[in-house]
Design a protein around this ligand. Structure first.
Ligand code: IPM
Ligand code: MG
Length: 372
């Protein structure tokens, strides 16, 4: 298969983790005889510094021309510490989501048996947790009118939803639930917010088209608690933009590290794949950030194009890297932790020639090789 992939590394650790995802996709292309063409483009603080714009037009053109976008991370402390900054890196990501019409952000919660003990939550509570968050991505409070009064003493962010914005993601979430354990939980704050009541009405209506799916409702405050107390109860969670942002960071605690969580963003014509984590500026350039969320986002990209064997090859190699402790400091507290690029190298090598790499691993364990 021929695929054009736009690569937007962004800020902080974004470029270094995305480089590993690209390395892994190149290994897949080689092994399975595909042609993937990668085009890099600027976004976020990096783009502001060079072009004065967090989403320059040529970046948008490259994304529109591509079959898929691979995105790193966005955010820079220089802007975080200045609440008066008029141009912010995050505007680049939000405008990109809006311009590409990426209305559904799909965040599967992945747990790894060998990492279960790393989670701050008890093993017996989280073992076999398996749910997906469908987060609405181009509406709600993120995109409503924003205001600060002239005297700077008051500010407002408007939260607006239209029925069609709820309907299109609700259909995707119901279809996902239908193919899984047939349970859909709508998370909202319908006891307080009008927008949440609109979500409830629409979702209840749409549920009639999916009689095999069991629909239930949770207020977001309760959902935040339930996710830690009994995460196995969830199958598919459907929610609006900001609740989904918050709940997906919380959910990542179950897996042991936010550095493991990938996501796919879907629209009618575009797709984008990105880790759920941020730009982790403290680790920038240190080659210590976990590239697995970026690499697993690349696996989601392949699944989107129905390249299931290829996606499985990545996931198996990721499992092996964890099994052999070729892992970054967030999940490896020993002084033998691996660097970002070591993890990417291992996964790429494993995909290309697993026998050879297993042979070297055995030798390393016997203290006979210095290859890795
Ligand atoms: C995410 C991030 C973004 C968001 C930020 C960087 C704007 O937290 O993708 O979850 O809030 O959507
Ligand atoms: Mg977030």
């Amino acid at each position: 298969m021929k695929l054009k992939i736009a690569v937007l590394g962004g800020d902080g650790i974004g470029p270094e983790i995305t480089a590993q995802a690209v390395q892994v996709l190149k290994a897949i292309a080689k092994k399975f005889k595909h042609e993937f063409e990668f085009t890099n483009a600027l976004v976020g603080a990096a783009a502001i510094k060079i072009k004065g714009d967090p989403l320059p037009q040529d970046t948008l053109d490259i994304c529109n021309d591509a079959n898929a976008v691979l995105f790193g991370a966005i955010g820079d402390p220089e802007f975080d510490q200045n609440p008066d900054a008029k141009i912010r890196p995050e505007q680049g990501l939000l405008k990109l989501r809006k311009s590409l019409g990426l209305f559904a952000n799909i965040r599967p919660l992945i747990t790894f048996e060998s990492l279960i003990h790393k989670s701050p939550i008890k093993e017996k509570i989280i073992r076999n947790t398996d749910f997906i968050i469908f987060r609405e991505l181009t509406g709600g409070i993120y995109f409503g009118e924003k205001r600060t009064s002239d005297d700077g003493k008051s500010a407002s962010d408007n939260c607006v939803y239209n029925d069609f914005e709820v309907d299109r993601i609700a259909h995707l979430a119901f279809k996902a639930a239908k193919s899984r354990r047939k349970k859909l939980t709508l998370v909202d704050k319908a006891n307080v917010l009008e927008t949440s009541r609109l979500w409830r009405r629409r979702v209840q209506d749409i549920a009639q088209q999916y009689p095999e799916v069991d629909l239930n409702f949770l207020y977001v405050d309760n959902a935040a608690m339930q996710m830690i107390v009994n995460p196995r109860q969830f199958d598919v969670i459907l929610t609006e933009n900001m609740f989904g942002d918050i709940l997906s960071d919380e959910a990542s605690v179950i897996s042991g590290s936010i550095g493991l969580q990938a996501s796919a963003s879907m629209g009618d014509t575009s797709v984008l794949f990105e880790p759920i984590h941020g730009s982790f500026p403290d680790a920038k350039g240190k080659n210590t950030a976990n590239p697995l969320a970026a690499i697993l986002s690349a696996a989601m990209l392949l699944e989107h194009f129905e390249l299931y064997k290829e996606a499985d090859a990545i996931k198996t190699a990721v499992d092996k890297s964890i099994e052999f402790n070729i892992t970054t400091p967030d999940i490896n507290a020993t002084k033998n932790f691996a660097r970002t690029s070591d993890v990417g190298d291992f996964i790429a090598d494993y995909i290309i020639d697993k026998k050879n790499i297993l042979y070297h691993i055995e030798n390393i364990n016997l203290g006979q090789s210095t290859i890795i």
